[in-house]
Design a protein around this ligand. Structure first.
Ligand SMILES: CCCCCCCC/C=C\CCCCCCCC(=O)N[C@@H](COP(=O)(O)O)[C@H](O)/C=C/CCCCCCCCCCCCC
Length: 214
């Protein structure tokens, strides 16, 4: 059996994001991608309604895995080295789509924007009460972040998918970290790590004018 093909565990996602940052605040691409692989595993437990989202995320993870395993892998050790390498070698379509539709920079930017959604969603979950709706929390987080980068049809489909999210108790169970108090404490550990990875990536992309890559 594939050793990666076991049950989703929030703890593993947390471990991946905690390994992302080097002492000098470089973001290791390998662990960033591993974090997303774990999140997609979670998404896949939620049913076919989420398949279109999972398919897009998996496609982006595979593109980045291709760089991690490819001939230029030495340049894809960190997000910082990837940005430097792709910019120095004109491997990024900066103003309109052209010869490099699958550059590492534009692919990672899509996941980076989704990481902001995740950050907002997990923070809502962490402070939520028994009667709060995961669908509402998810939609609120999406509307405040990722939705502004999506066309109407994607926003509509995402909105419909959110409606069938499991309730808070079932959702916590799929997270597979134990009782509610433990989920809340793991989320409390995970969020600063995820926020720090997001903050560093955002600053790097802003510094190079890459936040609107087509
Ligand atoms: C830790 C446990 C609790 C939370 C677990 C959450 C698990 C979420 C796993 C994956 C999230 C999906 C990430 C989606 C990446 C989307 C990237 C994107 O924006 N792609 C669009 C643009 O790409 P290009 O066309 O420019 O290449 C693309 O158009 C998107 C298509 C699919 C729709 C994306 C909707 C995203 C909604 C937010 C995720 C909702 C997941 C709900 C599950 C709780």
């Amino acid at each position: 059996a594939d050793p990666q093909d076991h049950k989703f565990s929030l703890q593993e996602v947390l471990d991946s994001f905690s390994r992302c940052l080097s002492e000098s605040k470089q973001v290791y691409l390998e662990h960033y991608v591993a974090g997303w692989r774990g999140l997609v595993k979670f998404l896949n437990t939620l049913g076919n309604v989420f398949a279109f989202i999972s398919k897009d995320a998996v496609g982006k993870v595979k593109i980045l895995e291709g760089y991690l395993d490819g001939d230029s892998r030495v340049h894809y050790l960190t997000v910082q080295s990837m940005v430097q390498h792709e910019l120095d070698n004109q491997l990024v379509d900066v103003s309109r789509r052209g010869a490099h539709p699958d550059s590492g920079c534009r692919t990672l930017l899509r996941l980076h924007r989704a990481l902001r959604w995740l950050q907002l969603f997990l923070e809502r979950l962490r402070v939520s009460g028994q009667d709060d709706s995961t669908s509402v929390m998810c939609a609120d987080a999406y509307n405040q972040s990722l939705s502004q980068h999506h066309p109407w049809v994607v926003r509509k489909a995402a909105g419909l998918a959110f409606c069938v999210l499991p309730g808070r108790t079932a959702f916590f169970e799929v997270m597979n970290v134990g009782p509610e108090e433990r989920v809340v404490s793991v989320l409390g550990e995970a969020l600063p790590l995820i926020s720090e990875v997001h903050r560093i990536t955002e600053a790097l992309y802003a510094q190079h004018g890459l936040l609107d890559l087509p």
